[in-house]
Ligand binder design. Sequence first.
Ligand code: PEP
Ligand code: MN
Length: 362
Amino acid sequence: MPDELNLDKYWAKSLKRPFYIAGPCSAESEEQVFDTAKSLKSIGIDLFRAGIWKPRTRPNSFEGIGAVGLPWLKRVKDELNLPITIEVANPRHVELALEYGIDVLWIGARTTVNPFQVQEIAEALKGVDIPVIVKNPVNPDINLWIGAFERLNNVGITKLAAMHRGFSTYEKSVFRNAPQWEIPIDLKRRLPHLPIFCDPSHIMGKREGLGEVAQKALDLNYNGIMLETHPNPAKAWSDPEQQVTPRQLNEMLGKLVIRQQATDISAAKNELEKLRANIDRIDYLTLDLLAERMDVARKIGAYKKENNITILAPERWDEIIKTRSAKSEEKKLTLEFILNLFRDIHNESIHQQTSVMRDGED
Ligand code: PEP
Ligand code: MN
C-alpha cells in the first residue's frame, strides 16, 4: 500500500525556506512570553512556539501553566503579528487552542506513540483544516509516525508536517534523544511531499551542538528548524539546559549555511549521479562479499555438525572484535559503526550455521 497522504498542494510551497520556529519550552508568565516573542519577531522567526501543557517524565515537575497562558499567546499573535504554535495532547487542548486562535498545532513525541490519543485528537479536529506538526514517537517506529499522519489526514487535515526530535535510548549518549537520521530520511522517501522540520533542542538536550544538528538537517534538505528559546535559559521552568537566548539563537542561525537543492543545479546533478553510480557499484560488491561470507559460515556449520562441535566459540568472537576494531582505526572508520556492523554479520553467521545444523533434523 503506498503511503500517499492527501496534502494541500500549496502547503509545502507556502512555507518559507528555511522555516524557523522558536520560543520557550514552556510559557511561564505574560512578560516572559511577550519579551521572548518580541525579540524573536525582530530576528525574523516565522512561528512562535510555547508549551502550555507539558508532558513531564516524572510527576511533581512543572506541568505547564495551563489555559491561563493562552491569552498571552493571543496577545503575541495580535500585537506582534507572529503566528503561534502549541502542543495539544487531548481534545480539550484542541478545543481551547482553536478558541484562542492558535495557528498551528503540534503533537508531542509522547502522544504520537498512542494511537488512541492521536485518534481522539484527530476527531476533535474534524472539519478544521489547521496545520498540524507531528513529532516523531519517542520509540524508533516509523509506522507509528506515519499512522499518526494518516489518522489526521483521514479526518481532513491536509496541512501536515513532521518534526524530527530524536528517539529515546536506554543507554545515555551525547544526545538526549538519538537522532537516528535514517528514520526521517526513510520518512522522506515514503512521504516525499510531507514537509519536515528538525528540533535540535530535544535531540541534544543541551546548548552544545545545536548548530551542528541544525546544519545537518538543512543539509538533508529539511524545510526548517525549531529551537527552544528563553530570555534567561538557566532559570527556565522546564528544559533549562537546552534553551538559548534570542541573541544566541540569532548568532546560531546567522552561521547556518543555506545550500541550494541539488535538483536546481544541473552540474551538481551530473556530478552526484556519477558519485551515486559509484556507491551503487560498491554496494553490490559488498552484497557479493557478504553472500560469500555466509557461504563460508554454512560450510563451517556443516563441518561442526559432522564433528559434533558447538556453534558459539566465544574466543573466536572476541578475536573478531579485537582485530576488526584495530582495522577500523587504520581505515579511519568509526569504531561504533564497525562494532555494530560486525555484531550483525556475526549474528547472521550464527543463524546460518544453526540452520545448517538443523537441516534434516525436523
Ligand atoms: C517540547 O517541544 O517542548 C516537547 C515536550 O517536545 P517532545 O514532545 O519532543 O518531547
Ligand atoms: Mn522542551
